[in-house]
Every structure is written in C-alpha cells, then in structure tokens.
Design a protein around this ligand. Structure first.
Ligand code: VGL
Ligand code: ZN
Length: 202
C-alpha cells in the first residue's frame, strides 16, 4: 500500500486507443490487468478520459485537405491532426471494458473545448488553462503521483511533465503504458520527462 499522499493517475484507457480503435496504440489493452492491480495499492485513484466534441480542432477531418498525423499551426503552437477519436458519448470514448472503474474517485474529462486540445490531465495544450486536477489533488494532500495508461508519448508524458512542474513527485510506470511513437515522439517524450525530473520506472 502506498502512503495516503500518493495518487494513481490512469490516463485515457479508452476503446479508441486500444486495438480496433480509431487511434489504436499497439498493445494498448495489454496494460489493463496491471493497472487494475495497481488501483488496490493506492488510496486515491483518478481516471482521465479524452472527450472531444465532433467538431474538435485536433481532428484532421475538420481541416479540409489535411491528412491524419500531419501538423497544423494553432494559436497555442503546433498541433498534430489526429484521426477522429474519443468523440463524446461514442463507443470509442468509453473506457475499455476490462478496465476496472469502480475504484476511481475522480474521472477527469479533457479536450472538450472545440478549439483547443488537452493532452495533459492538468493543463490544456495552451499550457495555462487548468483542468482542475491540481486543485483536487492538492486539497486532498496528495504530493506524489504515479502515471500509467495511454499514450506514453502524448497524454501520459504531458501529464507527467506538468505534474513535476507543479511540484509533485511524478513517476511513470513505462510497463503500464504504451506509446504511439510518431516520428520519434517516444524518445523525445522520454527526454522531456527526464529533464523535468519525472522518474521513469519499469
Ligand atoms: C492522446 C492523441 C490525441 C493520448 C489523446 O491519450 O495520448 N493522443 N488525443
Ligand atoms: Zn484526443
């Protein structure tokens, strides 16, 4: 059992990020058994859910002529244009059926504003609009977070870097996460996490 000051944050274990989904991450479903087991060892468990409206600006389909996985310039910086995924209320946005959701104390939905994406569980992609998770954890006396889920190089990494920047001890369990790895994004994300002081463990 981890101390009461530690929280487990399970990032985006949703159908669309698992095999067969719209933005499938290789082996995305392999991590679920381990994540379920981890939940029992933490006094605070938070799940996040990527939750986009159909007109979301991160979808290539909403940029005429753009192909999925190309880059667009947004007011807040470069943004990868993704295949349409995790549309609010769709099957793809649901948690994978094997993920244990009963122990979750809080479910954070993110990416619901049409004009801005949110990889991190703490801040949207402008790096300044808060999701409220920091306030929740802080007011419960949490000082350390362990992050797992999908995808290692996007939502997990962004969340971990923000957690470290906010002063939490942040650990990513890489064996309980899987990456998209688009154009070297995994190596880049690991470098950014290390530089931010995130602990990378197996
Ligand atoms: C994610 C790309 C787009 C993630 C979410 O959960 O890592 N990646 N939306
Ligand atoms: Zn998304």
């Amino acid at each position: 059992m981890h101390p009461a000051t530690d929280a487990l944050i399970v990032i985006d274990v949703q159908n669309d990020f698992c095999p067969g989904g719209a933005l499938a991450v290789a082996g995305g479903d392999e991590i679920i058994i381990r994540i379920n087991g981890l939940m029992e060892a933490f006094g605070t468990v938070v799940l996040t859910q990527d939750w986009h409206p159909a007109n979301h600006a991160s979808f290539a389909a909403n940029h005429p002529g753009a192909t999925p996985f190309s880059l667009a310039q947004m007011p807040y910086g470069p943004q990868v244009l993704w295949p349409t995924h995790c549309v609010q209320g769709s099957k793809g946005a649901e948690f994978h059926r094997d993920l244990w959701t009963d122990p979750a104390h809080l479910i954070v939905r993110k990416g619901f504003r049409p004009e801005i994406d949110s990889y991190s569980a703490f801040f949207e992609n402008d790096h300044s609009t808060p999701t409220g998770l920091d306030g929740y954890l802080r007011s419960r006396g949490i000082t350390a977070v362990t992050l797992v889920g999908l995808a290692t190089d996007y939502c997990v990494a962004y969340s971990a870097v923000d957690a470290a920047g906010l002063g939490y001890t942040a650990t990513v369990l890489e064996g309980a996460a899987r990456a998209i790895d688009l154009n070297g994004s995994l190596a880049e994300a690991r470098e950014k996490m290390r530089a931010a002081g995130v602990r990378l463990e197996a």
